[in-house]
Design a protein around this ligand. Sequence first.
Ligand code: HEC
Ligand code: HEC
Length: 311
Amino acid sequence: MEDFIDTDPAQARLGQLLFYDPILSGNRNISCGTCHHHSLSSGDGLSLGIGEGGEGLGPKRSPGTGADMIRKRIPRNAPALWNLGHRSVRVMFHDGQLEVSDQFGNGFDSPAEEWLPQGLDNILAAQALFPLTAQFEMAGNVGENAVTGAVHDRIDLGWPVLAKRVRTIPEYGALFVEAFDHIDHPSEVTIVEIGNALGAFIAAEWISIDSPWDDWLRDGRPLPAPAERGRQLFFGKARCGTCHSGPLLTDQGFHALGLPAFGPGRTRVFDPMPRDVGRMGETDLLEDAYRFRTPSLRNVALTAPYGHNGA
Ligand code: HEC
Ligand code: HEC
């Protein structure tokens, strides 16, 4: 357990409520849990997710029909959240859009650059702020609500709108005062405490350290024979372990495996091709084209479909 970040139980409980509350979406129609659900091993069971405006859960989730149909699928697969509170985790998203870094004085190199607020406890807390500003995930289309309008002006302007929504609900206000020492009155709650509560929940909730592999690592307890042959192959001849290394079976680096592209792609302003160039979208280096982060393989048997686009 010392390998995982410390979390406050009251903050984690508050984070659980927020995680499943559609109040954090612009149109109040989707929560984090829609795409990272307990019944779906913290994923959504889809190759490419259906964001705000969709209906239902998991493989049964529908994009709607006719005028009510969603405008676009989420271009990437929703990753599972297992063991992300591990202290070694330093980079998030399939292209590493978010990294622990001193660059902007707020602890992270993120899409919000210097506009990411100070005081976020860890990379999970910082991550939690970004689905909120994403049009097709949670924010909604311009003109539909105050959050997305504000985000359209500048990425950080939607967060105060959401923080006010949450803190003005008396039950939430009281829970924040209870869970955070420096909050004496609900009016002091900002998106930072919301992110910290969500981060505490994710870090505390999806810890999984009791697999046969963990027993092997910890106590040398032998693996079942087929698994032992797999382990030898994985770290030996098959060389999987050159990238899937360390406690989470990821080097947190970026590699091009050549997964087939499909879906709307993660288009960039000057590149309208429906493709996803992966890490290159972040670094603008040609050598990073189509490189994606090595995923963790913790509980991988539960988290299909696989790959950055679920291909
Ligand atoms: C519409 C579906 C959807 C919703 C809603 C959603 N997510 Fe995600 N989540 C995704 C997808 C897709 C990715 C991968 C995006 C990428 O890499 O570009 C992701 C990535 C993440 C990651 C990074 C995991 C990793 O290993 O890099 C975390 C943590 C996470 N989401 C937590 C949250 C939280 C907290 C919320 C609510 C505030 C939320 N998500 C809402 C689909 C969703
Ligand atoms: C060169 C580095 C590298 C090597 C070697 C490697 N992988 Fe991977 N693996 C990756 C990357 C990167 C991805 C994600 C690719 C993407 O999303 O486009 C991935 C994805 C996966 C996934 C899907 C996981 C998920 O959650 O989506 C599995 C399972 C997997 N690898 C198993 C293996 C096995 C088994 C081996 C050995 C036979 C292996 N890998 C060798 C880098 C590597």
